[in-house]
Design a protein around this ligand. Structure first.
Ligand code: URA
Length: 432
C-alpha cells in the first residue's frame, strides 16, 4: 500500500477502506511525512467522508494510544464534552449536579488554548488541587465521591494529537468528519459508558450555523452509538460568552455562585439541562422530565455544591477558597471598560472576549505557556441590557499594565450598542 495512492483516491472522491485508513493512522505516528499527511487531510476536508469512513477513522485514532478501562468504577459513567466556548465552566457545575444525582463522572479535561478556556486550568487555580492522579486514585475518588476531573494522559489518542496539530496549520480544522472523529476518538479512549456532547454554535464556536452544528452533532452521536456508547448531543448558543466570568479563578467563583443558586440565568439553565441529560443517558433517573426535576432538586438543596467541595477536597484542593471565594488572589492591575454611548447592548463577541482574556494573561498561545489564574474579565452587562454612556460594561483583570492596555483596546471591539433592543437568541437550540 502507498500513501500516494490513498491521497489520489480521496482527491478523486473515492471512499477509503478500513485498511487504507489504518495505514494512514498508524503511519501518522512515524513513517508518513507531514506533507503527505497534510495532503490527505486537505483531500478529506474537500471531499468529505462517509459515515463508515468517519467511524473507522475515529476508532483507529481512539486505539492509537492508551484506552481507559473504567470497569473498576461501580455504576454508569457519563462523560460530558463541550466543543469549546468562552466562559464555559459547565463541567464545574453540571458535573457536580449530575454526580449528586448518582451519575459517575470520570472526566478527563483539557487546558486553555487560543481563545477558549480549559477546565484543568480553572481547577488548578484552587490552591493544592491535583489534576494528575494515578488510575487507582482516579477510580477510588469516582467510586467514593461520584466525580473526579483529571488532565488528559499524554498518550490519549496520539494520532489525533499529531493530525490535529497539522490541521491547525493547514486550514483543515473546519471539516465536519475530521472534527467529529477528533473529538470522538478522545471520548471513546477516555472510556465512559455514555457521552453527552455540548455542540456550540455561533460567533464564538467552530460551527457558525445551526445546520452545520446539527450535522456535526449527528455525526458524533452516530459514531458514539456505533461504538456501543449511550450518546446524545445538545446544540447550544455561543454567540456571547456564557455567564459573566471569563478567566480561571473568576470562573471557579462563578461556578460556586451558580451552585449556591446565585449564578447567572444562562449558565444555570444550561447546566441544569446538561446535568439532566447526563442523568437521562445513565438511565438512572427515569424520563427526561423526571431527570430535570432531580437535577433542579440537587442544585436547590445544596447537594451539588457539596459534591464540588468533596471532589476538590479529594483532589487535594483547599475548600476554604470555595467557602470564601474572596480568598482567591487578584491581579496587580485592573480596569473598567465603559460604554461609549447610550443604548441597548445588542451583542458581545464571544471569540473577541476569549482573545481579550488571553491577552490579559488568562490563556496561552502555545501549549506550555504560563498563565495567570487571576486574570480575566467580568462582564457587568450582557445583551438586552440598557446602558448609559460612561457606564462600566466590564472589569478587566490583568497580570501587567501593558496587558491591561492591550485588553482594554481589544474588548472595545467586542460590544455592540444600538437604540433597538434585539431579541435574545435561545440558549439551547436543539438536541440530537
Ligand atoms: N476539538 C477537537 O478536539 N478536535 C477538533 O477537531 C475540533 C475541536
Amino acid at each position: 500500500m502507498r500513501i500516494y495512492d490513498i491521497i489520489a483516491k480521496k482527491r478523486d472522491g473515492g471512499e477509503l477502506t478500513r485498511e487504507e485508513l489504518e495505514f494512514f493512522v498508524s503511519g501518522s505516528l512515524g513513517t508518513i511525512p507531514d506533507y503527505q499527511l497534510s495532503a490527505l487531510l486537505m483531500a478529506i476536508c474537500i471531499r468529505g467522508m462517509t459515515e463508515r469512513e468517519t467511524s473507522d477513522l475515529t476508532l483507529l485514532m481512539a486505539n492509537s494510544g492508551d484506552v481507559m478501562d473504567l470497569s473498576k468504577i461501580e455504576g454508569t459513567t457519563i462523560d460530558k464534552h463541550s466543543t469549546g466556548g468562552v466562559g464555559d465552566k459547565t463541567t464545574l457545575i453540571a458535573g457536580p449536579i449530575a454526580a449528586a444525582c448518582g451519575v459517575k463522572v470520570a472526566k478527563m479535561s483539557g487546558r486553555a488554548l487560543g481563545h477558549t478556556g480549559g477546565t484543568i486550568d480553572k481547577l488548578e487555580s484552587i490552591p493544592g488541587f491535583r489534576t494528575s492522579l494515578s488510575n487507582k486514585e482516579f477510580f477510588d475518588i469516582v467510586n467514593r465521591v461520584g466525580i473526579c476531573v483529571v488532565g488528559q494522559t499524554a498518550n490519549l489518542a496520539p494520532a489525533d494529537k499529531k493530525l490535529y496539530a497539522l490541521r491547525d496549520v493547514t486550514a483543515t480544522v473546519e471539516s465536519i468528519p475530521l472534527i467529529a472523529s477528533s473529538v470522538m476518538s478522545k471520548k471513546l479512549a477516555a472510556g465512559s459508558d455514555g457521552i453527552l456532547l455540548d455542540v456550540k454554535v455561533g460567533k464564538g464556536a467552530f460551527m457558525k450555523t445551526r445546520e452545520s452544528a446539527i450535522a456535526l452533532a449527528e455525526q458524533m452521536v452516530a459514531i458514539g452509538k456505533r461504538a456501543g456508547r449511550h450518546t446524545a448531543a445538545l446544540i447550544t448558543n455561543m454567540d456571547v460568552p456564557l455567564g459573566r466570568a471569563i478567566g480561571n479563578s473568576l470562573e471557579v467563583t462563578e461556578a460556586v455562585e451558580t451552585l449556591s443558586c446565585k449564578g447567572p440565568a444562562d449558565i444555570t439553565d444550561l447546566c441544569l439541562e446538561l446535568a439532566a441529560n447526563m442523568l437521562y443517558l445513565s438511565k438512572k433517573g427515569g424520563t427526561l422530565t423526571e431527570c430535570r426535576r432531580l437535577a433542579s432538586e440537587a442544585l436547590k438543596s445544596g447537594a451539588a455544591l457539596k459534591k464540588l467541595e468533596e471532589m476538590v477536597e479529594a483532589q487535594g484542593g483547599d475548600i476554604a477558597y470555595l467557602r470564601d471565594t474572596e480568598l482567591f488572589p487578584t491581579t496587580p492591575e485592573s480596569g473598567e471598560y465603559t460604554a461609549e454611548k447610550d443604548g441597548y447592548i445588542t451583542s458581545i463577541d464571544a471569540e473577541g472576549c476569549g482573545i481579550t482574556a488571553s491577552l490579559l494573561g488568562a490563556g496561552r498561545e502555545a501549549a506550555g505557556d504560563p498563565i495567570d489564574p487571576a486574570a480575566g474579565i467580568i462582564l457587568l452587562k450582557k445583551p438586552g441590557e440598557y446602558v448609559r454612556r460612561g457606564e462600566p460594561l466590564a472589569i478587566l483583570y490583568a497580570s501587567s499594565q501593558i496587558k491591561l492596555v492591550q485588553g482594554l483596546a481589544r474588548i472595545a471591539r467586542c460590544y455592540n450598542i444600538s437604540n433597538i433592543n434585539p431579541p435574545i437568541p435561545e440558549l439551547i437550540i436543539a438536541s440530537v
